[in-house]
Design a protein around this ligand. Structure first.
Ligand code: ZN
Length: 396
């Protein structure tokens, strides 16, 4: 193993942490990655996307085609982001969040785990791969966005769409999000649950509470709907996923008067769902329950206000098994990895439309928290996992 991979990864991570790149402010972070990758033969394209109701975002697509490539060569894609969440109260941090302070082998700073470390580890691995002359039999690309932690509208999804228009096709992808559980490499994510948002509005007729016969009270109708959607289980889960979960997040009437029947009542809910559902079937399931409720003369309007996120799953196949083998060799473990589908959504959902994708990165401790930090030994292990995986991936 090259002696200097730890130093390469650490130096790069320090440079990245020092950029205060809170979504979507680039703050030099993409420049750091671009300069590093250009230096080892990557062609870098900055992609600025805007519109669709969101702020403009700077992104980076970097690609390197090995000298020995032909039409059958494999194309590997690394997905990641260098934007970070806000720091909260700076006074609560032990070390300033953009200082990249290193003490006792631990690097402190916003983005140290989520996920500038994943980007630094992969880039360091690419430098060593190129220097080892092991990068010439395949194509390596990186899609790095500044917009993962917030809207995620002008980021990875649009980079991938652009790449397809340029004729790029990918065979396998790793997203470097923190995926490990207790120690590095003990868990990878092979899928994620989807997310569906719903709003149900019941519109009645306002009036004096003493004369209910002249009014239409929307509240009991909406209460019945709330009971119906929250008491009917969606499913019992399946081989890869826990049961889907519907949670009501608000029930609003906004009526402070005690002598008025209000005109309308609004309910919002979210479903975290498994691969037995999609946006369309969840809409139909909800509508079907609503249709069974007696509206008592009120109007019921149901809509899904966001595009949501579809669920995806890639049951382990050859490439995942290779990754599994590399990780177990690296960490000296005999037990099978945990293939997980837990957690919220990530940009892997966008890559899933183009090629098989897994998430493989650090332990997720301190993500989005005060005093986010990473032990440098973990950063080195992750760099070595990426290096050994790509080396084998291109030689098989
Ligand atoms: Zn992240």
């Amino acid at each position: 193993m090259p002696q200097n991979i730890e130093k390469i990864a650490t130096d790069l991570l320090v440079d990245l942490i020092k950029c205060p790149s809170i979504t979507p402010i680039e703050a030099g972070s993409l420049d750091v990655v671009e300069e590093f990758l250009s230096d080892i033969g990557f062609t870098c394209t900055r992609l600025k996307f805007e519109g669709d109701g969101s702020y403009p975002v700077d992104n980076l697509f970097a690609t390197r085609r090995g000298k020995n490539c032909d039409t059958t060569s494999k194309h590997f894609l690394f997905g990641g982001h260098v934007d970070v969440v806000p720091i909260g109260d700076e006074a609560s941090w032990t070390h300033p969040p953009f200082s990249a302070h290193i003490e006792d082998g631990v690097l402190w700073g916003r983005g140290a785990t989520d996920m500038k470390s994943g980007v630094a580890a992969f880039c360091a691995a690419m430098r060593v791969l190129v220097e080892n002359n092991d990068a010439e039999n395949g194509i390596i690309s990186l899609a790095i966005t500044m917009d993962e932690e917030a809207d995620a509208i002008n980021g990875t999804e649009k980079i991938l769409k652009w790449a397809k228009e340029q004729g790029y096709k990918f065979d396998f992808s790793i997203v470097g999000e923190p995926s490990s559980n207790k120690k590095i490499g003990d868990r990878i994510k092979i899928g994620r649950r989807g997310s569906f948002d719903g709003i149900i509005k019941v519109i009645g007729k306002q009036g004096h509470i003493a004369y209910p016969e002249k009014c239409k009270n929307p509240i009991p109708v909406l209460a019945e709907i709330a009971t119906a959607i929250s008491s009917n289980p969606l499913d019992e889960g399946d081989e890869h996923f826990q049961p889907s979960s519907l949670q009501i997040s608000s029930f609003d009437v906004g009526n402070k008067a005690t002598n008025v029947i209000p005109e309308q009542a609004i309910l919002r809910f979210n479903v975290r769902h498994n691969d037995l559902w999609n946006q369309g079937t969840l809409f139909d399931w909800t509508q079907n329950l609503i249709d069974k409720i007696d509206a008592k003369g009120c109007e019921i309007v149901f809509e899904s206000p966001t595009r949501g996120a579809n669920c995806f799953i890639f049951p382990p196949a050859k490439d995942v098994e290779l990754l599994d083998e590399i990780i177990r060799n690296q960490i000296g473990s005999n037990s099978k990895l945990d293939y997980s589908t837990t957690g919220g959504t990530s940009d892997a959902r966008f890559i899933a439309s183009y090629c098989p994708v897994v998430e493989c990165g650090l332990v997720g401790d301190h993500m989005h928290a005060v005093d986010e930090r990473v032990p440098l030994s973990q950063l080195t292990k992750l760099s070595e996992i990426y290096l050994n995986f790509i080396t084998r991936y291109f030689s098989d």
